[in-house]
Design a protein around this ligand. Structure first.
Ligand SMILES: [Cu+2]
Length: 434
């Protein structure tokens, strides 16, 4: 007996990269030409190795509970049967293809077909395996290509004054940086599809991050040194080699001078009966741009690149800092159920939830974002270094010119078509249990 299995959003090489967001698949009988098969065939989908590698769970429909195995009945005429598959939170992949879907006839030992996939998740940088760490540093160094590579566009996007105004100081900060990180991550994945951006949890010590093998070790004058095997030792930006970074905290035992995650998740929170809800806080979540975000930047002293907006992207650590900013937004969304951009409590306008649109372009839900929109001329900058937004086989969103609002439902919780194919290790699909 032969069967075929397919999972939506394969890349050009036939590989699937999954997150916590369910993706549709199909299984069907193949050997139906003879017409002599009259009985349906029962099969079971499971993880090939439930002990090792990324783990998957299955359901017969997108909105049904998923479990480690799923029984399907395949019609004798070969018509496909749908299933939905997603990664198991807490069990992401560490290498490409280490999560294997297996289909066997019910009760049989031999698999009829199996398919390796990757549960590709953004992880805590302090907890990466050496191999994951090295894949990231190597790929980022390649994108920089000693200052000659595509990375310089990302550097440029976060420097010009008019560009900074559209990305900072108002609610669009969150959406713009989400798009910025995803754009960079997709470029990294073109070079190595198993790479994701790690995040620096700046409210916890991260001794494994500030090492010569990873983000580098800061010397007396803020010169950052890298090990001989770390390709970031070739780092160049704006014609200058290396990175200047002076931590104002003990990188072995200390943490940045920021409010912690629990306090951050309270901002803008008005969920009834939530354990963190004081019922009195009126600050919007966008206050987090100042603390913890701004405080994380200024936890570095002196001439540290990461301390100032215009030079921050010259330090690779900047992207790990912002990945945590984006993770905090994602976790806040999960915690408070804030995925519906049409609800004012999802996207807070400073002043009041019903206030008139923000006067600065790039901060309203329906504004397209520079540079991906290719709009130039005041008040936009006079050039657009990256356009359109990169489109990938593994995701249907965002489109080539994303709006601020397009970046909100990143896992496709409300609309499957909104899923962007990235997720964080500790932010599940859905809404926090009450
Ligand atoms: Cu920042």
């Amino acid at each position: 007996m032969q069967i075929a299995m397919a999972i939506a959003r394969e890349d050009a090489a036939g590989r699937n990269y999954l997150t916590w967001a369910p993706v549709q698949g199909t299984v069907r009988l193949l050997d139906v030409d003879a017409g002599d098969r009259v009985d349906p065939v029962s099969v079971t989908l499971t993880n090939d190795n439930p002990e090792v590698g990324g783990q998957l769970e299955f359901a017969p429909a997108r909105d049904q509970n998923r479990s480690a195995s799923l029984d399907l009945v395949l019609p004798p005429d070969g018509s496909p049967v749908d299933f939905w598959v997603a990664g198991v939170v807490g069990k992401p992949s560490s290498t490409d293809g280490d999560a294997v879907i297996r289909v066997a006839e019910a009760g049989a030992v031999e698999a009829l077909v199996s398919k390796p996939v990757m549960v590709r998740i953004r992880k805590n940088a302090n907890q990466l395996s050496p191999a994951e760490r090295d894949r990231f540093t190597t790929t980022l160094a390649k994108l920089n290509d000693q200052g000659a590579g595509l990375f310089k566009d990302f550097r440029e996007m976060h420097r010009q004054q008019l560009a900074l105004a559209q990305a900072h100081g108002a609610p669009g900060f969150l959406s713009w940086h989400r798009a910025y990180l995803l754009d960079l991550e997709r470029e990294l994945q073109r070079l190595d599809p198993s790479v994701t951006l790690p995040y620096w949890r700046f409210d916890q010590p991260a001794p494994n991050l500030f090492t010569a093998d990873f983000m580098g070790r800061s010397g007396a004058l803020g010169n950052v040194s890298f090990s001989g095997t770390n390709l970031l030792r070739q780092w160049q930006t704006d014609g200058a080699a290396g990175v200047t970074r002076e931590p104002g905290f003990n990188v072995q035992t200390g943490r940045a001078n920021v409010i912690n995650q629990a306090i951050t998740l309270l901002l803008g929170g008005d969920r009834p009966n939530a354990i963190f809800d004081t019922g009195t806080d009126q600050d919007g979540f966008d206050e987090m741009e100042f603390n913890p975000h701004g405080n994380a930047h200024t936890s570095f002293t002196g001439s540290s690149y990461i301390r100032s907006r215009g030079t921050a992207p010259r330090d690779p650590l900047f992207f790990l800092l912002h990945c945590n900013v984006d993770r905090l937004w994602a976790r806040w969304q999960w915690f408070h159920n804030r995925f519906d951009g049409t609800q004012p409590n999802t996207f807070f306008f400073r002043g009041s939830a019903t206030s008139t649109p923000h006067t600065d372009i790039g901060h309203n839900l329906l504004d397209t974002m520079w540079p991906w929109n290719n709009v130039t001329g005041f008040p936009r900058p006079d050039n657009a270094p990256r356009t359109p937004f990169p489109q990938v086989a593994t995701a249907t969103a965002p489109g080539p010119a994303p709006t601020v609002g397009d970046m909100i439902d990143y896992l496709g919780f409300l609309n499957a078509q909104s899923a962007m194919n990235f997720a964080y290790d500790d932010v599940p699909f859905g809404v926090a249990p009450t």
